[in-house]
Design a protein around this ligand. Sequence first.
Ligand code: R2B
Ligand code: URA
Length: 377
Amino acid sequence: MPFGQRGGPAKGPHPIAIVNAQSRTLAKLVRQMKEGCKKDEEAKESTLCGLNPCLKCLQPDILYHLGLSTDTTDFPKVFGDVRFVCMGGTPGRMENFAYYVMQEIGLKINAATKLRNISEAGQRFSLFKVGPVLCASHGMGCPSISILLHELIKMMYHAKCKDPVFIRIGTSGGIGVEPGTVIITSEAIDGRLNPAHEILVHGVSVQHASQLDESLADEIKMCHDPCKDTYEAVIGRTLCAHDFYEGQSRLDGAFCEYTPEMKKTYLEQLQSQEVKNIEMESLAFAALTSRANIRGAVVCVAILNRLNGDQIKTPHEVLSKWEKRPQELVARYIRKSLYYNENDDDSEQPEDETEGAAAGTGAGAGDTQKAPAAEAE
Ligand code: R2B
Ligand code: URA
């Protein structure tokens, strides 16, 4: 049974068994945080597909923009336990997300220590690791996220990670949605509404399909609680533009060679085609993750409704609150996957609404469940 569903009368594992299984999962996460991934826990090969056959010959492989190299870092030991790779635009947001997700999955570090930016040496992106979760900043636009993804996918390959899930969390301009709404992308499309990421290789146009994992989008959507969450979460198409101004039909850029009527017609056409938002990275994200057979999702909050204007006038404090919404849904998804997913050998999921399942917190299987807590350092 997928984790968002609720069963009938009690017939699943006994609550104590669930608590024990969750405690074992947590103990393993804590040990891996302290000691790294053990040899016998490493997968024999990564589960990624379709990668460059020359990768195995690169000795060392230098992940230049991440400031990491296979000859100075033991990738299987340091990154072999990674199961979730979360990325967002700015270093600060991803550092905050790392601390937030740490709390949500029940891990702690000594109050006197800080999470280290693992890719500081590269001076381009920030990268934080919290147990099985990697948090990276990707900058703005497809070229930037594409460099990051090439290097993170190579990292997963060298670390022999098993079925990692990649998620982009970010902001976007909504199309006909209330500002503050969270949009989970069903499909990324370009400005011509074409579901493909186009790149030029040797001067020739190559198009890669930009589909995203439908079931992952549904699982993340199920982490939204329409009764408790004060905002909506919807699944819809996302237009990925290659700039913020003309590419998104704004009238407030330094240049503008179209009329307000042309903008209105274009945005209304998008709305009629079920496009819910516009951002700048989903095409490259969807294309590169699906080429590697990685399950991927894009979860963005709409910070304005583009049908009502172009400028972002919402106060900073409100924007900060809205930016946390995708983080909240994704952290719930990660927590559920770690502690309540029956498809996973390391975790147990209650098959009913038995209370007291979550490691002695007295919570049930819903979104309000807290993970057990343990200190890693
Ligand atoms: C959303 O916000 C950024 C532009 O302001 C861009 O990275 C995106 O996709
Ligand atoms: N990010 C975008 O790319 N567009 C918007 O309108 C808002 C955020």
